[in-house]
Design a protein around this ligand. Sequence first.
Ligand SMILES: [Zn+2]
Length: 58
Amino acid sequence: MERLIFICPKTRNGVDLGIESEIGTLLRIRSHMVRAKCPACGQTHEWPVRDAWLAEAA
Ligand SMILES: [Zn+2]
């Protein structure tokens, strides 16, 4: 499983939204948007899946 890390546009911090996915699924949902409350700044952002960094889930 891969873990998605997004960059908070406000703080520029990497935020882990707790989303894990198989790489094959990620490739299929690349054009989707993820909307979530940002743990870094507390605001809600929308991120394109293709902008996520991948971290390997432990
Ligand atoms: Zn944020």
